[in-house]
Ligand binder design. Structure first.
Ligand SMILES: C[S@@+](CC[C@H](N)C(=O)[O-])C[C@H]1O[C@@H](n2cnc3c(N)ncnc32)[C@H](O)[C@@H]1O
Length: 285
């Protein structure tokens, strides 16, 4: 989204410069900005340029400079954090009531770990924790939420939300897991918060992602829509590597990855696909 302040900034990068910036962002993050959206990038980088008071060419140099933190700034400004509690509730109900319940059939008390990959401002990992507390009160679990945008992670850590975020939360959940701060603000309660660990992580950095450990379930929803095909495939391989044997990958209801059925078994239940890790020899580098 472009703010009114950004719209007022008229700094015209050349198409070549914008494409160069697009490619730097793509290589770092997997996010691919199509040619017809480059004008939006022009607003975003224009706003940064005004703040830094430098010329377009110098800005491209700065983005390429590995010591500079500018790439983080531009990523913070282009990432779209649209989310809410209980997003795609039907999919969540099917997953937890059927797929995950079956997954737990031989459960012996070990820690179950969930990853919310591209967790934005925290609504998704907290929703997962609420589902687990509600439906599986006896299991030992943790939820890890990661996002590339450090501002989103800071907000997630605060755990304070407005009406827009909580609009689809069932009323009984609302009273049980949220504390009212004022007429339009709520805070997630400590019992939920302490189950969720939040970190800034770039999902395209495979070495860093592997340091998060192994997971039983990975949710990665509404993230790969911004990626190109090769980045989606690379991410599917990374997820395969960090899933435990027989673990599950959950994408957004309409999302697909071209290589997915080579390394995951698609399970179709009540109109939704869920992806179970298939064992194979060797690792992805
Ligand atoms: C639209 S939000 C989705 C939030 C949540 N998963 C949901 O479905 O409601 C997409 C999130 O993906 C994050 N993201 C995009 N590229 C990423 C990357 N390479 N590594 C980590 N997070 C990324 C963005 O910062 C943004 O917060």
């Amino acid at each position: 989204m472009i703010s009114t302040e950004e719209k007022d900034i008229i700094i015209n990068f050349t198409q070549e410069e914008l494409k160069e910036i697009r490619d730097i962002i793509w290589k770092q993050t997997g996010i691919y900005i199509e040619d017809n959206k480059l004008y939006l990038l022009n607003y975003k980088v224009g706003s940064r340029l005004k703040k830094l008071d430098i010329k377009p060419r110098e800005y491209v140099r700065l983005l390429n400079d590995s010591v500079s933190e500018e790439i983080k700034e531009i990523i913070n400004s282009i990432t779209i954090g649209e989310t809410q509690f209980f997003r795609d509730k039907i999919q969540l109900d099917i997953f937890f009531d059927k797929i995950f319940r079956e997954y737990l059939k031989d459960y012996k008390g070990e820690e179950i770990s969930f990853l919310s990959a591209g967790c934005s401002t925290g609504e998704e990992p907290y929703t997962i924790a609420i589902y687990l507390l509600e439906k599986f009160p006896l299991i030992n679990f943790k939820v890890v939420g990661v996002d590339i945008n450090e501002n989103f992670i800071s907000k997630a850590k605060e755990g304070i939300y407005g009406i827009y975020s909580v609009r689809s939360t069932p009323p009984y959940i609302f009273t049980k897991y949220f504390e009212r701060l004022d007429d339009s603000t709520w805070k997630i309660k400590e019992d939920v918060k302490k189950k969720v660990q939040l970190e800034r992580v770039n999902l395209m950095d495979r070495v860093r992602v592997k340091l998060l450990g192994k997971f039983d379930v990975i949710f990665c929803k509404n993230v790969i829509i911004y990626f190109d095909d090769s980045s989606r495939n690379k991410l599917a391989e990374t997820f395969w590597s960090i899933l435990k044997k027989g673990g599950f990958l959950v994408l957004g209801p309409a999302e697909r990855i071209s290589i997915i059925s080579l390394i995951f078994e698609p399970l179709f239940d009540s109109g939704m696909f869920f992806y179970k890790k298939v064992e194979k020899s060797g690792e992805f580098l």
